[in-house]
Structure formats: structure tokens, C-alpha cells
Design a protein around this ligand. Structure first.
Ligand SMILES: Cc1cc2nc3c(=O)[nH]c(=O)nc-3n(C[C@H](O)[C@H](O)[C@H](O)COP(=O)(O)OP(=O)(O)OC[C@H]3O[C@@H](n4cnc5c(N)ncnc54)[C@H](O)[C@@H]3O)c2cc1C
Length: 402
């Protein structure tokens, strides 16, 4: 019988796993090891309301520190796991302590992908992943400062929106032909580019950064053969999975730690959940998701399996992004070849793009349209088939489209 579960990584997935292990009836000991100084916290507000200054730090924390002790979980903060010995079933920590486990959960998440170009080490070049990163960036936000954002993904654009509201002069460089290209369809990219430009943000697509200039601190960004004066830089060019500790222990890794539908790795006593996993989606394709939904749902499934009640993970992925007054909500994953159906009017800043695959709803991207998002998510889960004309017809209430 499992007596001791060790969790490496005290983030969204780790915190969920602690709660779910108890709700699934696991009564043994739990130890959670986290290398940050804080109890598990939610990251989404970091690039949104928390950066804006309208969201208190205390609200970031998923639970107060005592809640972990109350549930019998030993929480080791400022502590990193260095090695795993799968044969001996032990984890070695940076402080010399060795934890013996019966089952292990890897919830190590991702880390920022550093930019590699001349000048990348200059002062004034920031990244955004943690509370500590916001604490460094926020004091630099002052009206009139020139902020160069490298990378037009969710985080880059969210920071651009907050900075524009703070009165900074913002320029976004995106190497691909459109912003958020890996995550959203072209109509959504086009709409958000327009919204940013209307708010005074300069967006330069199809342009990679060649380097940074400055003597100690950054003063310019070189891109597309030109030099752009900069007071401040935010780099948001993606993340890398923290899977090295698993790979070094002989656990199968691809673009993350490989897990099955029960969040089990190639070692039967080791599970993984959250951003770090390489897993199969509903359509059988292998993927790594960076989302709160996946961290929570996969952690629930891992906990259930560790408590001896496995159930297959088959959730519809969902994401969101807040930029200016625009709430983008996405359910499902889009694929090339999907039939796109527009419902609503982008001019009114309230519309949705549905994606049909083989006549069934496969994904929805909704802007300021919560009902379309919620019904769309349900239709995706059900594999519902919908006529494109009915989806596009606003005189048909969204709840009656099927
Ligand atoms: C700025 C920002 C905005 C975001 N906005 C959204 C959003 O709007 N919507 C959305 O769905 N998702 C968003 N995300 C993504 C979301 O936060 C992640 O998907 C989620 O946090 C993943 O949870 P996780 O537990 O897998 O990883 P994390 O929450 O990153 O937790 C992993 C923890 O493990 C620690 N760790 C790693 N290795 C070790 C080790 N060896 N020993 C000890 N500890 C270790 C890490 O330091 C970290 O604290 C955002 C992320 C960021 C950074």
C-alpha cells in the first residue's frame, strides 16, 4: 500500500494533486518540494491584473501556507529536487536530504526560453514567469518609456496591453507572419493586431530580433536591419519543459515527460502532470499544453491513479487571454484544414470563430462572447455536428444551434 507520495514542483498542478489525493481518499504522507519562495500560486494574473496593479499579491496564492500542513502535506519551499533514483525510489534534494517515496509526481512545469543573441545579458531585459519577475519589471513601468516586447504570443501581448495602459510606448516584434500564430486562427490574430494598433502599440511581424545594444543596460533593439531605441525589453518567446530530472532518471521524455492517459510515466511508480507532460490529446495527437486547465485536470487524474482509482484523461483543453477590454476564450485545438465559421461581428468587439472538422465542432475562439465559448466547449465534448449556416446565424440563439 502507498504510504508516502512525493510531489516535485509546488505550482498549479502540485497544489491540485495535494487536494485531489485527499479527496480521492489517500491518507498516507505527502511531501511537496518547490524551488520558489512562495506557496503554490496562479500565474495567469502575473501578465494581466497583477502587473496592472489591480490584483493583490495575496490573491495569487492558491491556498494559505497552513492549509498544506492542515491536510498533512509537508511543504518544502526554496528547495529543489536534484536527482531521482527510480530503483531505490528516492529523491535527493539540494539541501542534502533524501526523500523515500512509494509514488512520485513530477509537476515541475516549464521555465522561460532564454533569447540567444548579442546583448541578451544586458540590464533592462526582462522575462515573465514568476512573482519575482513581475517584482523586477513593474517598477520599470513609467509613462513615456519605450518598451520593446520580443514575441507576440499571449504573454507578450498581455504585457503590451498593460504597458500601453500605463502610458508606455510599446513595440512588439513577432518573428512569424502574425501574432499568437501557434495558438489562434488568422481571424483572431488579425483582430488582436488591430486592437493593439488602435491602442497605440506598434506591431512588427515577420521580424526576428538580431541583437541588443547598450553599455551595461539595454538602449536599443536591432531587428530587420534597423535599430529601435529601448528603455526596457520584455522577452516572451516561449518556455522549455523542466523534464531533465526525469530524463536523467531514465524516464521516457520527448518534448516533455511522456505520460499515458492516467498521467503515468514509463516508470510505474512515477506520474507527471501539468505543463511538463508530453501526452496524447483527445484526437490521439501528442502534445504539450501550457494551461491551467491541463495542470488542474491532469493533476486530478494523476491523483486518482495514485490513489488506486485510475480514470482516463480525455478533457477538452481550454485557455484564455485578457488584453485591454477583450477576453479571448478558446476551447479545443484548431488544426489546418478546419472549416472556420464566423459568428458575430469583429467590428463590435464581440464575435466567435468556430472550427468544424468533419462537420463536428472541434474548437471555438470567442472574443467577449462567453455563451459561444461555453456552449462551444460543450459541443466539442459531445462531438456535436452543427450546420455552418446555423452557427453563423445570430438570429439562432447559440444554445439552439444543434
Ligand atoms: C505570465 C503567465 C501568464 C499565464 N496566463 C495563462 C492564462 O491566461 N491561461 C492559462 O490557462 N494559462 C496561463 N499560463 C500558464 C499557466 O500558468 C501554466 O500552464 C500553469 O502554471 C502550469 O502549472 P504547472 O503546475 O504545470 O507548472 P508551474 O505552475 O510552473 O509549477 C511548477 C513549479 O515547479 C517548480 N520546479 C521545477 N523544477 C523543480 C525542481 N527540480 N524542484 C523543485 N521545484 C521545481 C517550478 O519552479 C514551479 O514553481 C500563464 C503562465 C504565465 C507564466
Amino acid at each position: 500500500m502507498t504510504q508516502h507520495i512525493v510531489i516535485i514542483g509546488a505550482g498549479q498542478a502540485g497544489a491540485q494533486a495535494v487536494a485531489s489525493l485527499r479527496s480521492e481518499g489517500f491518507t498516507g504522507a505527502i511531501t511537496m518540494v518547490g524551488d520558489e519562495a512562495f506557496v503554490p500560486y496562479q500565474r495567469p494574473p502575473l501578465s494581466k491584473a497583477y502587473l496592472m496593479g489591480t490584483f493583490e499579491r495575496a490573491r495569487l496564492f492558491l491556498k494559505p501556507e497552513h492549509a498544506y500542513a492542515d491536510t498533512g502535506c509537508e511543504l518544502l519551499l526554496n528547495t529543489s529536487a536534484k536527482t531521482i533514483d527510480c530503483a531505490a525510489k528516492t529523491v535527493s534534494l539540494n539541501n542534502g536530504r533524501v526523500l523515500a517515496y512509494d509514488q512520485l509526481l513530477l509537476a515541475t512545469g516549464t521555465r522561460i526560453r532564454p533569447i540567444k543573441c548579442p546583448g541578451a545579458e544586458l540590464k533592462g531585459i526582462h522575462y515573465l514567469r514568476s512573482i519575482a519577475d513581475v517584482d523586477r519589471l513593474q517598477p520599470e513601468f513609467a509613462t513615456g518609456k519605450k518598451l520593446m516586447v520580443i514575441g507576440g504570443g499571449f504573454i507578450g501581448l498581455e504585457v503590451a496591453a498593460v504597458a500601453a495602459k500605463h502610458g508606455l510606448e510599446v513595440t512588439v516584434f513577432e518573428a512569424l507572419e502574425r501574432v499568437m500564430a501557434r495558438a489562434v486562427s488568422k481571424p483572431i490574430s488579425d483582430f488582436f493586431e488591430g486592437a493593439h494598433r488602435a491602442a497605440g502599440v506598434t506591431i512588427i511581424t515577420g521580424t526576428g530580433v538580431e541583437g541588443f545594444d547598450g553599455d551595461g543596460a539595454v538602449t536599443a533593439v536591432r531587428a530587420g536591419g534597423k535599430s529601435y531605441p529601448a528603455d526596457l525589453v520584455l522577452v516572451g518567446i516561449g518556455v522549455l519543459p523542466n523534464s531533465e530530472i526525469a530524463a536523467a532518471a531514465g524516464i521516457d521524455c520527448q518534448n516533455g515527460i511522456v505520460v499515458d492517459k492516467n498521467a503515468r510515466t514509463s516508470d510505474p511508480n512515477v506520474f507527471a502532470a501539468g505543463d511538463v507532460t508530453w501526452h496524447q490529446g483527445r484526437d490521439g495527437q501528442w502534445l504539450r499544453l501550457e494551461s491551467v486547465q491541463n495542470a488542474i485536470d491532469q493533476a486530478k487524474h494523476a491523483a486518482a491513479a495514485m490513489a488506486g482509482k485510475p480514470k482516463a484523461y480525455n478533457e477538452v483543453p481550454w485557455f484564455w487571454s485578457d488584453q485591454f477590454d477583450l477576453k479571448l476564450q478558446i476551447a479545443g485545438l484548431t488544426r489546418p484544414g478546419d472549416v472556420q465559421v464566423l459568428r458575430g461581428d469583429p467590428e463590435l468587439r464581440k464575435f466567435a470563430v468556430f472550427h468544424l472538422r468533419g462537420g463536428a465542432v472541434a474548437a471555438v475562439e470567442a472574443v467577449n462572447s462567453a455563451p459561444e465559448y461555453l456552449i462551444g466547449r460543450k459541443l466539442i465534448a459531445e462531438g456535436a455536428r452543427v450546420a455552418a449556416e446555423r452557427l453563423a446565424d445570430l438570429s439562432v440563439p447559440i444554445k439552439n444551434v444543434v
